[in-house]
Structure formats: C-alpha cells, structure tokens
Design a protein around this ligand. Structure first.
Ligand code: SAM
Length: 215
C-alpha cells in the first residue's frame, strides 16, 4: 500500500470516529446504561473485509461505556478468506490492557453472513452490530438476509450501525432495514467524506444508526 493510501485510510478512520459519535449522540443514555452493566462489551462487524475499523469501533464502544480501560471483544466476519487473514495479521487475537486501553479481543471468521444463525459460536446479545460500506445495491436478496440476521444479533438496547458509499444504496438499505424490523434513530451525511474515482462514491458517505423495533 502506498504511503498516500495509508494516510488516506487513517484519515478516513478518524472521520468515521467523528461520525460514530455524531450518530450516537441522540440516544446515548440508553446505550450507556446497557454498556455499564456489561463486563465485556461486544461488537459484531459483518462483511468486515480486512476490518481496518476494528480499533476505532472498540475504542468507540469503550468510550460510550465511559471507561476507555474497559474490555471489548470484536468479532468480524467476511466471506473472503484473504481479507480475514489480513485482519488477523493486523490485529492479532488479543491486546492490552496497555495503560490507555482496556483488554481487546479480536476474533475474525471466514463465513457467509447470510447464514449468521448457523454461527452459534459467535453468540448473540451484541452491543453494537456494524456494517461498513454495506453492499445492498450489489445483491438485494443477499443483503436482506444479512440485514435480517444482523438485527437478530442485537441485544436489547443494542445498536446497529451501517455506512454506505452511495446515496442511492444508502436509501435502499435504510428502507430494507426498517422493513425488516429496524427502527431508524438517525442518519447523517458525512461532510468530510473522501470522494473516490467512481462518480457519487465516497468513503463512509452516510452513516446511520438503528435499534430493533420495540426494544
Ligand atoms: C463493499 S465491501 C466492504 C468491506 C469492508 N467492510 C470495508 O468497508 O472496506 C463488501 C464486503 O461484503 C463482503 N460480503 C459480501 N457478501 C458476503 C456474505 N454473504 N457474507 C459475508 N461477507 C460478505 C465482501 O467480501 C466485502 O468484503
């Protein structure tokens, strides 16, 4: 990876960090209450690719808990084995506590997220289920299955967050998630989004947060 691309990726992650804080802002109290009662906060990152956001997500959840030193476990799943191998290489399995951060555990699985119910080993009752650059536009029936099971993986008062590359794809995903039982809490355009070479495509262009209807 060139230095320019590495720096661009790092800047994208800082912007993602700001966007997560922004979308979580409205209902922070409910989420914080849930997190306070958890010994270890749990994140599920679906279709995570090389999961470059693993640290940003675990820091974000620890921050919401009000204790950067608290333990967080992130499980990432993607159908592409090579991406999962890269995630494992980058983040390893365990880190910390290191003075600033608490214990971090990373678990990366190669698998089909349309069959999340079959992955009993990952458990459920997640505090945060996350999908960065969901790909609804590229296969609505696949992504409807993924969205449906992603919502099932949420614990009571847990939150689901998606990001999207395109305006149209984002609105299709918002519509599908609401139809499948998600309640949209907030969606935000990222004013700092980095434009990519495909017209209308940019990094974490939109970020939206959901809860399960009735939870
Ligand atoms: C647009 S990429 C986003 C990757 C990563 N989240 C990111 O932001 O760079 C969509 C990802 O969905 C994954 N994917 C597609 N279908 C999948 C499935 N059925 N189960 C798990 N992952 C899937 C692809 O392998 C790819 O990594």
């Amino acid at each position: 990876m060139s230095d320019d691309l590495r720096i661009a990726n790092e800047e994208d992650l800082e912007r993602l960090r700001r966007m997560l804080r922004k979308v979580a802002g409205d209902d922070i109290e409910t989420v914080c209450r849930r997190l306070e009662s958890r010994d270890e906060a749990r994140i599920l990152d679906i279709a995570c690719g090389d999961c470059r956001e693993a640290e940003v997500l675990s820091d974000f959840v620890a921050e919401l808990k009000g204790a950067p030193e608290s333990a967080v476990k992130l499980t990432g799943i993607d159908v592409r084995a090579r991406e999962i191998a890269n995630a494992e290489k980058k983040f390893g399995r365990r880190r910390g506590p290191d003075g600033k951060r608490g214990k971090r555990e990373f678990e990366f699985l190669t698998g089909d997220a349309t069959k999340l119910r079959g992955h009993a080993e990952m458990g459920d009752d997640f505090d945060l289920v996350f999908m960065r650059h969901q790909n609804y536009w590229n296969g609505d029936s696949t992504w409807e299955k993924i969205f449906d099971q992603a919502l099932e993986k949420l614990g009571t008062d847990g939150r689901l967050v998606i990001t999207s590359y395109f305006d149209k794809e984002h609105s299709l995903a918002l519509e599908a998630l609401q139809r499948l039982g998600g309640e949209l809490i907030r969606t935000e355009f990222n004013p700092e989004t980095r434009e990519l070479s495909t017209p209308g495509k940019s990094v974490d262009r939109h970020v939206a947060i959901f809860k399960r209807k009735g939870s």
